[in-house]
Ligand binder design. Structure first.
Ligand SMILES: Nc1ncnc2c1ncn2[C@@H]1O[C@H](COP(=O)(O)OP(=O)(O)OP(=O)(O)O)[C@@H](O)[C@H]1O
Ligand SMILES: [Mg+2]
Length: 347
């Protein structure tokens, strides 16, 4: 592969296999679904598929489906005509249209709401769609690459993801395993990142002790390659090799522990509480105990966990919303929407 495009580093069997699949399918117009934990390199795979295809010179358009509430994903994908809804004061092109003959990368596809799943399926079948509020059909010629860190098969079983859409997007499946399952990749990744980062930041490449390398190879990497990259940035810029060794040994990064007097509830605690609350709300005094639906409990729990996390991040960033949005990996607009929705404001 030429070296100006994205490079997928690694010597493990699974990484080799992924490079091989990319070579084979990059130029075939089949939909690809990339799955794997957060930080394993799904986006890198998506960009490689685009880069090594004849669509390379065409747009690569990414849509982060997790960053936007449902209604906004729809307008984001398909665009709208002037007057389609209040506030639509001029026509806007959607991402499908912008991607044209290129590739459209639907990141976190597991997050799109049911109603939109149906619409997306329709568009993929018909290969055309009107802008919202419009009549003229626009061709959907972009190659669709989707990614998810959810187990979509499980989501289908629990009724959250449409099976027919799954089959549409999953013509080719690329599963990127977690870094802990391919420790052979750690060493080449370390060398690659140190080389790359030291050039980029014009800093000398640090020497790595054998002990640190060993620790990097045996650590469980919950944040996968992204986490490894962050450690190496820190090593390069701060030179904290002893601190890093100690941290890896004690089970990982914990640079911002919650202060003792203000413990943030764990996600588990929040979920438990939401479930209890839904149960209590649903208790009908005239009948026997009534259980809330699973969906209701889930929605509540998700809302509460999100709220707690957003609040925490905002407090840490002194309510710098742009920075908070970056940390939360959602768009600024989506954050503002959530703040309004959750009625969150600085004290
Ligand atoms: N095999 C690899 N070789 C080189 N760089 C890699 C590799 N895997 C991941 N990276 C780098 O690690 C970082 C995280 O990868 P990426 O954003 O593709 O992960 P992701 O699976 O999309 O994560 P998320 O689910 O959080 O969106 C990026 O900087 C990416 O370039
Ligand atoms: Mg990603």
């Amino acid at each position: 592969m030429p070296d100006d495009g994205p490079v997928i580093i690694g010597v493990s069997r699974s990484t080799e296999k992924i490079r091989e699949i990319i070579r084979k399918v990059a130029d075939v117009d089949l939909n690809v679904l990339i799955s794997g934990e957060s930080g394993v390199g799904k986006e890198l795979v998506a960009r490689s598929l685009h880069y090594y295809s004849s669509r390379k010179k065409r747009p690569f358009i990414k849509v982060n489906c997790a960053a936007l509430p449902g209604e906004l994903i729809e307008t984001e994908l398909f665009g709208y005509e002037k007057g389609a809804f209040t506030g639509a004061d001029k026509q806007r092109m959607g991402k499908f249209e912008a991607a044209a003959d290129g590739s459209i990368f639907l990141d976190e596809i597991g997050e799109i709401p049911q109603s939109l799943q149906a619409k997306l399926l329709q568009v993929l079948q018909d290969q055309k769609f009107p802008r919202i509020g419009g009549h003229r059909e626009i061709e959907a010629r972009a190659r669709v690459i989707a990614a998810t860190n959810r187990n979509l098969e499980a989501e289908i079983l629990s009724g959250n993801f449409r099976e027919d859409l799954y089959f549409r997007i999953n013509t080719i499946s690329i599963v990127v395993p977690p870094l802990r399952e391919r420790p052979e990749d750690v060493e080449p990744l370390v060398h690659y990142f140190l080389e790359h980062l030291s050039k980029k930041h014009r800093l000398p490449k640090p020497d790595l002790s054998p002990r640190l390398m060993k620790l990097l190879q045996t650590y469980h990497w919950p944040g996968n390659v992204r986490e490894l990259e962050n450690y190496l940035k820190r090593l390069l810029v701060m030179g904290e090799s002893k601190e890093i060794e100690a941290e890896l040994e004690s089970g990982g990064l914990n640079r911002n522990p919650a202060p003792e007097d203000d413990p943030s509830p764990s996600p588990e605690a929040v979920i438990e509480e939401a479930a209890q609350e839904a149960l209590a709300d649903n208790h009908n005094p005239r009948e026997e105990k009534q259980f809330p639906s699973l969906k209701e409990v889930r929605d509540r729990a998700v809302q509460r966990v999100e709220r707690a996390l957003i609040k925490q991040v905002l407090e840490e960033t002194n309510w710098n919303r742009r920075e908070a949005a970056k940390i939360l990996k959602i768009s600024y607009r989506a954050l503002l929407y959530k703040l309004k929705d959750m009625d969150l404001s600085p004290r």
